[in-house]
Design a protein around this ligand. Structure first.
Ligand code: ADP
Ligand code: MG
Length: 328
């Protein structure tokens, strides 16, 4: 046992120029339930490019989503509470590939960053009705859709007004079901509705989950991937219990995959944990995918034969099969 450290020895002055109490002693930190213990040599000699046994293996139960009800499109939320994992890139590229093959696709951007509009070459500042309108004025739903340069692909634009919407919704009765109402009259006119979400669990994201049949989870093949999915799984369980008992998972897909040992180890771990919920192929890290949004055009048009273009094409074909969509 080491003795508790006394802060008085530091004799620090705080922000108000007051000296800390002489008797202000911190008790020892609570011992953490460590997954593994390291010897000093192990800490120094850790191979940073591989997974150590420190990665906890959470038990993760992902309920499967059911089939799409007759006479309307399937609603799928693309979700991961982490930012920068490739959610928007996946939405844009899967939507484009399917639309180019005759599927009627609607993308609803539920993220205030509004990257779907940029990625699809739409000027957000000149759009009148956005995702906010879809939430607040369901009778205007038909006017919130914008045709993109890709035939058969429509977009409801997300932008900054979604920030204020969170607050506005919080005092409303039925606040979790605004998007469901907004989408109701649109669903019969599309085969697939993809909802892109922000990396946070606010009311807008909850609305997306309540309006959805299923969730598709992009994960980066890096160290915390499994922990992220475990957290998401508990959110989905909660939403199923309280708000949408039909919600389930349509799949987990891997993004920004690189040929390192760590990436391959995480890939095998994900496959072992999720089995056939994994949607192949992993999307390789590819510069063309990062460039495409700045041109305002999807990868299938910007660089269809790049690794990114091929991977998203194959992924879209596999998803179409899961979703029972017929490709022309
Ligand atoms: N496979 C990939 N290879 C290289 N860059 C990618 C890939 N997927 C996405 N990116 C880039 O990574 C950044 C984050 O991706 P994005 O789709 O916006 O993530 P999210 O929507 O989860 O925040 C973007 O700049 C995007 O262009
Ligand atoms: Mg995004």
């Amino acid at each position: 046992m080491t003795t508790p450290v006394s802060l008085k020895s530091a004799a620090r002055a705080d922000a108000n120029g007051m000296h800390m109490d002489e008797d202000d002693i911190l008790p020892e930190a609570v011992a953490a339930p460590l997954v593994v213990e390291f010897t000093e040599e192990e800490i120094i000699g850790t191979d940073s490019d591989s997974l150590s046994s420190a990665q906890p293996r959470p038990e993760i139960e992902l309920p499967r989503a059911g089939p799409t009800p007759a006479n309307r499109g399937r609603v799928v939320t693309i979700m991961n509470q982490k930012g920068g994992v490739g959610k928007t890139t996946t939405v844009i590229n899967v939507a484009t590939h399917l639309a180019l093959h005759g599927v009627r696709v609607l993308v609803v951007d539920c993220d205030q960053q509004g990257n779907c509009a940029t990625g699809l070459g739409i000027d957000k500042s000149r759009v009148m009705h956005t995702t906010r309108t879809l939430f607040t004025e369901p009778e205007q739903a038909a006017y919130c859709r914008h045709a993109t340069a890709v035939p058969g692909l429509h977009l409801v634009v997300g932008e900054r007004s979604l920030v204020g919407l969170e607050q506005e919704l919080s005092t409303r009765l039925g606040r979790e079901r605004c998007l469901s109402e907004g989408l109701e009259q649109l669903l019969p006119h599309y085969d697939l509705i993809l909802l892109d979400t922000a990396p946070s669990l606010g009311l807008v994201t909850i609305n997306a989950l309540v309006a959805s049949d299923a969730v598709l989870v992009p994960v980066q093949t890096e160290f915390f991937a499994l922990e992220g999915v475990a957290m998401l799984a508990s959110t989905i369980r909660e939403v199923r219990r309280r708000l949408n008992p039909n919600l389930g998972f349509d799949g987990v897909m891997m993004t920004m995959h690189a040929p390192t040992l760590l990436n391959s180890q995480v890939q095998s771990q994900l496959k072992e944990t999720f089995g056939d919920l994994i949607v192949e192929p992993p999307i390789r890290r590819n510069i063309k995918l990062a460039e495409a949004p700045s041109e305002g055009i999807p990868i299938h048009i910007h660089a269809p034969e790049s690794n990114g273009g091929k991977d998203y094409r194959d992924l879209a074909v596999n998803l179409a099969q899961r979703w029972n969509l017929h490709l022309e």
